[in-house]
Design a protein around this ligand. Structure first.
Ligand code: ADP
Length: 525
């Protein structure tokens, strides 16, 4: 199954001496066996397991999977290997706390692109295998540690991987539940390779069919050695030759990110409503209790930075708008003329009608008096001010957009790039219905508030590099707080993502998914 040859892993870090985590490891694994890796902390067990599982890359040597070298493996090959051949179980079960255990197990299948019904069936089957059929609708926090680890094992098995890797799976469990988990792993190892890292020699002795001792990045003992024969994988290769490999991964991932966008959109709406209720709630609390005044002040600060006070030329009372839209009587003033064979939609007249009903639409007279008043407002009353001139500057800012094939560069407005992306997306089946929403989430360029103290000084944002913009032509790049990532569309806007590659993302996803396509499995130009 797996052959490891002269495997070396060095962790090279700036200013720190290189760590030689693995110093030439040689070992072969059988198709079915239960291997326990024992060794003191820091000897390289986890590093070894992560490399076998495709989570980490080796520095030198080779890892052969079914007789094939992985030296030339690209990220995509590692992804496929990890998603289809490997299941992971960790000491901390890594379950999603607010999802049922059924959903937790299903999630592993969502990523490999299996439809909902089959997902649920397979998840239920996997949970039955680990003896948790009766608990599928419980959430992780309603379960014991042993049960949670069984869920994690079910999740690892639901893809039916050939290899299960477990890193200290009983590390957080008492001895009784440890035994249950070990029993389960032993059973799992009947028809696949299980490699487990453990501190516990007694458990290893009792359950594993092979014990490997590691010390200082090398293997120092092997209780049941094995050498893979040369022609062992011939049969497997023949078998898989005729098969077309179906990968939904990229497509599903792409679709998933779109559905994420949607839930984000819904959430933003909800938060906006909850936010306004929150502010009212906070104010009433403030009236009765002075004790928590500071806490509330800082909360209001946070809240108001997301929902600042806005003075618009026209403002709408959203609650009356909602009620207005709920009364959906049919408007009869446009009659469909059968002779013309063209129907006329009454939508515009319907909307006009409704608009008239919005008695709550108010017009503010924004004049120099008002602007002076805002400009001269006392400093302590206003944290930051920002004016919106209703001009979409993205029409006026241009960026060089490189064509990958001929290296030629064309200049496009930032908004033009967004529209081009939307237009491309509209032509791709499966994405067309989402395309228009790209606009909603690519509001990537905004005017900054005038007070850097408020933006940076209040701790809402951390300055990672450079200074707060001072001049009109300066920009500030804001990255995601957790992962410090940028979106692909923003990279394109900045002129750092070649046109062909950027616009072909969706098409590539479709091509990868369609075995008939000439682009199948490779990147179309
Ligand atoms: P074990 O699992 O046996 O406790 P590890 O594989 O976690 O050992 O670690 C082996 C050695 O590699 C240790 O010295 C550890 O500090 C080092 N190491 C592990 N991961 C990293 C990393 N990401 N960067 C630098 N050093 C690392």
């Amino acid at each position: 199954m797996l052959q490891i040859k002269d495997l070396v892993k060095d962790y090279v870090q700036k200013d720190i001496e290189t760590v030689h985590a693995l110093r030439g490891v040689n070992i072969d694994f059988r198709k079915n066996e239960f291997v326990a890796i024992l060794g003191p902390s820091g000897c390289g067990k986890t590093t070894f397991l992560n490399i076998i599982g495709g989570l980490d890359r080796y520095t030198k040597g080779d890892l052969l999977i079914k007789g094939k070298s992985t030296k030339e493996y690209k990220d995509k090959d590692w992804d496929t290997y990890r998603n289809h051949s490997i299941g992971f179980v960790f000491q901390s079960y890594n379950l999603i706390p607010h999802q049922t255990i059924l959903k937790n197990v299903e999630l592993a299948l969502t990523i490999s692109g299996i439809d909902k019904k089959e997902r649920e069936e397979r998840a239920k089957h996997a949970l039955a295998k680990v003896g948790l059929s009766k608990m599928i609708h419980k959430k992780p926090n309603q379960m014991s540690g042993g049960q949670m680890q069984r869920v994690a094992i079910a999740r690892a098995l639901v893809n039916n991987p050939e290899i299960l890797l477990a890193d200290e799976p009983t590390g957080a469990l008492d001895s009784v539940t440890s035994v249950q988990v070990m029993d389960l792993l032993k059973e799992v190892a009947q028809d696949r390779l299980v490699i487990m890292v453990t501190h516990n020699p007694d458990l290893a002795e009792k359950y594993a069919s092979r014990i490997i001792n590691m010390f200082d990045g090398q293997i120092t003992g092997d209780s049941n050695p094995y050498k893979i024969k040369k022609d062992e994988f011939k049969e497997v290769e023949e078998e898989s030759k005729g098969k077309k490999y179906s990968s939904m991964k990229f497509l599903t991932a792409f679709k998933l990110s779109f559905s994420n966008l949607f839930s984000k959109f819904k959430r933003t709406l909800l938060v906006a409503i909850a936010g306004s209720i929150g502010i009212i709630g906070v104010s009433s609390v403030l009236a009765v209790s002075q004790g928590i005044k500071n806490y509330i002040a800082s909360m209001q600060d946070d809240m108001l930075s997301s929902y600042p006070l806005q003075i618009a030329e026209e403002s709408v009372d959203y609650s009356s708008l909602m009620t207005g839209l709920q009364a959906q009587e049919v408007v009869q003033d446009v009659v469909f003329d059968k002779k013309t064979e063209i129907g006329l939609d009454s939508m515009i007249s319907y909307l006009m009608d409704k608009y008239k009903d919005f008695t709550s639409v108010k017009t503010n007279d924004i004049n120099t008096n008002l602007l002076d008043y805002i400009e001269n407002a006392p400093k302590e009353a206003v944290a930051a001010k920002k004016y919106n001139y209703s001009i979409d500057v993205t029409n006026n800012i241009f960026t060089p957009f490189r064509k990958e094939r001929d290296g030629a560069t064309q200049t496009m407005s930032l908004n033009g790039i967004t529209q081009m992306y939307i237009a491309t997306l509209k032509t791709v089946a499966g994405f067309s219905e989402y395309a228009q929403f790209v606009d909603l989430f690519t509001d990537f360029m905004k005017q900054l508030p005038d007070n850097d103290d408020y933006v940076i000084g209040s701790g809402q944002y951390k300055m990672l590099a450079g200074n707060y913009p001072q001049k009109a032509e300066d920009i500030l790049l804001v990255v995601d707080s957790k992962k410090q990532t940028l979106t692909d569309i923003l990279l394109a806007q900045l002129g750092m993502y070649p046109q062909n590659e950027f616009l072909n993302i969706a098409k590539r996803a479709m091509a990868e998914n369609d075995p008939e396509s000439e682009h199948y499995g490779k990147t179309p130009e």
